[in-house]
Write a protein that binds this ligand. Structure first.
Ligand code: ACM
Length: 532
């Protein structure tokens, strides 16, 4: 009889290193089941009790090591590797040992996946029954890459704090560990900066938004805006840290800066400009003056206070040089600094910010355009225009994170169907995200050590609601998660039934993923953003 993957006892995603399941009786959870943890595993104990307690309605009282059926601990001497864990379930109990606190958290995530999909609900459905059974299993697991990331653009369309928290939970469910927040762009500034209040007072709202990609452009006539307060950021960072997700802030300079220039016109080359309402690449860029450098150093100083991440992203992408070619101050800077051209001017500007971050013990991260005109010392490169930037940076001895458009841009269309909402970019199906290796094959083993990992990017020009966000992100993110976590050779035919099983978890969690067999007609309605 063919296995129904939704009923399969051990169907885990991302696929763990080693799984042995003998099909024998496992552990049933009931009202008497107690749970214990050593001190280092304490935060995971709190998380697991809250999540499983909500879904099952069981008290999962805290017990002692002797009487607890579920036991969590951290043991760096267990030979499990960074972020690794071992999970053993038999009739006696379930034991999770992590190499470190992250490892025990991932072990607990795997334990949750061993339960029925209803373990992902926020409240029990029907009677508490005998269905809360863990199969007998032994799992040994550790991730392939240490950077398993997602970029979320909250500049084009703002996502409020509650959605970002939900998104962090969904990352953690997939054992992803980096949330890169794109906090500023032409169309909006999204983080409170105490020293420069106009950034959010003026820069966080635009009068309307372009809808779709028609020529001539069509606008919705509705204001759009919002921003995260510094308290919101502290809450997001703490929530993410509990789930072993590092939040990396990005303020995009010196292009993509219209919202900041609208707030403080002296930052730009041409005086007053509105917050952008169209999507694209625009000539309005920052001036390369001492005033602008000081302004952004102050902005980054406040960000550093809020975000403990060792990496701070300064953007650097898509900066047209037209205004600098015609700018007296830019040309004077080029002459004074002995720079060859406007590319070197951008590089000079990024290096100044890099030095500033380095002095404060942080590392500069930037899109691969920061290679043009020379890389700042110690910079980490996010390779998006194919693999070339990543290859060049790794060969030059810099760390890189791979996010080439062809496999990593979750705003790209998922099929050629006319019902696909605002189809941009090249075709990027689940299997396309799953395929390909994050490490470029051109790199030697030594050079490949600079590949920290990979991330997918979610640009939100055409994603104005959490519902559409879910549609674009899932289940492609599930495929990506396996690519960056699992050390197994990937085989889509082997993966697909596990993905189908996994969709049951996403259903229970209320995720409105794109159906595997394609969009429904209501997923795209001309002239309407999002649903309903
Ligand atoms: C980018 O997609 N502009 C980094």
């Amino acid at each position: 009889m063919p296995d129904n993957p939704r009923n399969s006892p051990v169907s885990l995603l991302p696929r763990p290193g080693e799984v042995t399941a003998d099909g024998s009786e496992g552990l049933a959870l009931d009202a008497a089941t107690r749970i214990s943890a050593d001190q280092a595993a304490g935060p995971t104990l709190t998380w697991l009790r809250r999540e499983l307690g909500a879904a099952t309605g069981l008290p999962l009282s805290i017990g002692h090591e002797q009487d607890a059926r579920i036991r969590l601990s951290v043991d760096p001497t267990a030979g499990l590797g960074e972020e690794g864990y071992r999970l053993i379930v038999d009739t006696e109990g379930a034991i999770v040992v992590g190499h470190d606190p992250a490892g025990v958290f991932y072990g607990a995530q795997t334990l949750r996946q061993l339960l029925p999909a209803d373990a992902y609900r926020d409240a029990p459905v029907g009677e508490a029954s005998d269905r809360w059974k863990l199969p007998s299993v032994r799992v040994t697991d550790a991730p392939r890459f240490r950077w398993r990331g997602v970029m979320l653009d909250i500049a084009r369309h703002f996502q409020p704090k509650r959605e970002i928290l939900r998104f962090i939970d969904l990352l953690a469910l997939h054992k992803l560990n980096v949330l890169h927040l794109h906090l500023s762009d032409d169309q909006g500034w999204r983080v409170e900066i105490r020293r420069y209040p106009k950034l959010t007072e003026k820069g966080s709202w635009r009068t309307e938004s372009q809808v779709g990609m028609t020529k001539p452009p069509v606008f919705d006539g509705r204001p759009h805006g919002g921003f995260l307060t510094q308290d919101d950021i502290r809450e997001i960072v703490a929530y993410a840290a509990e789930r072993h997700v590092m939040v990396v802030p990005e303020i995009d300079v010196p292009g993509h800066s219209q919202a900041a220039i609208h707030a403080y016109p002296e930052l730009g080359e041409v005086g007053e400009i509105p917050v952008g309402t169209r999507w694209g690449i625009f000539d309005e860029v920052l001036a390369v003056t001492d005033h602008v450098l000081d302004f952004y150093k102050n902005v980054f100083d406040e960000l550093i206070e809020l975000f403990p991440s060792p990496y701070v992203h300064v953007g650097g992408d898509e900066c047209p040089k037209t205004q600098w070619k015609n700018s007296e101050s830019a040309q004077q800077r080029i002459r004074e600094e002995g720079l060859a051209d406007e590319d070197e001017l951008q590089s000079w500007f990024i290096r100044r910010l890099g030095d500033h971050l380095t002095e404060r013990g942080r590392r500069l991260l930037g899109w691969d355009e920061i290679l043009e005109g020379g890389l700042a010392p110690g910079a980490t490169v996010l390779s998006w225009r194919g693999e070339e930037g990543g290859i060049a940076a790794a060969r030059a001895g810099h760390d890189v994170v791979m996010a080439p458009t062809a496999t990593s841009y979750l705003d790209y269309k998922q099929s050629e169907s006319p019902d696909e909402p605002v189809p941009v970019g090249t075709l990027l199906r689940v299997e396309d995200v799953y395929a390909g290796d994050p490490v470029p094959s051109d790199l030697t083993e030594k050079e490949a050590e600079h590949v920290l990992g990979a991330q997918v990017n979610l640009w939100t020009e055409h994603i104005d609601t959490p519902r559409r966000l879910d549609y674009m992100v899932f289940p492609r993110l599930s495929a990506f998660a396996e690519k960056v976590w699992s050390t197994h050779e990937r085989d889509y035919a082997e993966f697909e039934p596990r993905l189908v099983h996994h969709l049951g978890r996403l259903d229970a969690a209320g995720v409105e993923y794109r159906p595997m067999d394609g969009p429904r007609p209501w997923h795209s309605r001309p002239g309407v953003q999002g649903w309903g």
